[in-house]
Design a binder for this molecule. Structure first.
Ligand SMILES: Cc1cc2nc3c(=O)[nH]c(=O)nc-3n(C[C@H](O)[C@H](O)[C@H](O)COP(=O)(O)O)c2cc1C
Length: 320
């Protein structure tokens, strides 16, 4: 995969996931060989108002590059100004525009995937951001708002014309949220309709999913999202296959526990113990799904109040 003059032999990107793909998780993902990551979505308005908490979403570790910052918003000038302000404070290589978020709160402000109803506004936003910064601009979109109003091809062409360097397409409509399955046939149509690179997103949980969906759709690369929650090893599987032709190896429970601990420690470094515990309690269980008795363990993990309790609970799986 070649994006804006940079080669990514692994053909893989980590998708933005609000509440999950923070700097700590991305640091872990880089250790698994990840070449390209995107931040959680960042409010352009909050950046322009210089909200300090918002800037923290743009923080990255040294290893965490090339990195795409994802902005959401609906006003071209605000989006352009936010991209510039972020560039002054935080290093990043790609500016990604969110045209896919289906959350009510976002859509009712006419942001996220609600923008898919207004192709002309998408053109203005992309063009304004492209003119404002000297970095490649990408757009992440859905297929459309509903099954009957799929317009990803139209939006893709608009983005290309406005100067976007590449696109990422999540193969669901907005009203599907995250249910049902992603439609890779529609993603293939987008790929055929533009000459800029297209990355496909939706339902990649294994290396086989990645290979199958990439071959089926002809996309330039793929994006993983929910498949890496509690399973960053999926990144290693895909990267090793495309860069070395190496088959995935099964992951031991020792490695799962050690990785979950490392993930937690990275969040502590960035956000402090209190927030790390609060945030990681719900994430920890994902490392142990599939294990006998995992529902009970998840319930236990979600109530823990100290690092010691957390580590003891996670280590208990090694004694079974
Ligand atoms: C909890 C969660 C948060 C997400 N946050 C964002 C986001 O901030 N920006 C975005 O463009 N996509 C976001 N996504 C969408 C993912 O990047 C991805 O496109 C989608 O989940 C489909 O891939 P999957 O089926 O492999 O999970 C989010 C998805 C989830 C599950």
């Amino acid at each position: 995969m070649r994006l804006a003059g940079v080669d990514y032999p692994s053909r893989l990107a980590l998708g933005p996931m609000a509440g999950y793909t923070d700097a700590g998780f991305r640091r872990l993902a880089r250790e698994m060989g990840l070449e390209l990551a995107f931040t959680e979505m960042i409010s352009a308005k909050a950046v322009v108002y210089e909200n300090e908490q918002t800037f923290s979403y743009a923080v990255s570790h040294e290893s965490d590059h090339p990195l795409g910052l994802q902005l959401f918003g609906s006003e071209p000038e605000i989006m352009a100004l936010a991209a510039q302000k972020l560039a002054e404070r935080h290093p990043y290589e790609i500016l990604d525009i969110n045209v896919g978020c289906p959350a009510k709160k976002i859509m009712s402000n006419r942001e996220g995937s609600a923008l898919m109803r207004r192709p002309a506004l998408i053109f203005d936003i992309v063009q304004a951001v492209v003119r404002a910064i000297d970095k490649p601009v990408s757009v992440k979109m859905r297929l459309g708002i509903t099954k009957n109003t799929i317009n990803a091809v139209e939006i893709a062409k608009v983005c290309e014309e406005a100067g976007a360097s590449f696109l990422a397409v999540h193969g669901r409509t907005s009203d599907q949220f995250y249910s049902g399955s992603a439609d890779w046939e529609e993603i293939a149509k987008v790929k055929e309709s533009v000459s800029i690179p297209v990355i496909g997103s939706g339902d990649i949980y294994t290396l086989d999913d990645a290979i199958e969906k990439m071959e089926f759709s002809g996309v330039d690369g793929i994006m993983v999202a929910r498949g890496v929650m509690g399973n960053p090893f999926l990144i290693r599987d895909i990267v090793d296959w495309y860069t070395k032709g190496k088959e995935p190896e099964s992951v031991s429970w020792e490695e799962r526990v050690e990785t979950a601990k490392r993930h937690f420690e990275y969040i502590v470094e960035d956000k402090g113990m209190y927030r790390a515990l609060l945030e990681f309690r719900s994430q920890a269980g994902k490392y142990f799904s599939g294990l006998r008795g995992s529902a009970k363990l998840r319930a236990r993990l979600s109530q823990l109040e100290s690092k010691e309790q957390l580590f003891t609970a996670m280590e208990s799986v090694l004694k079974e």
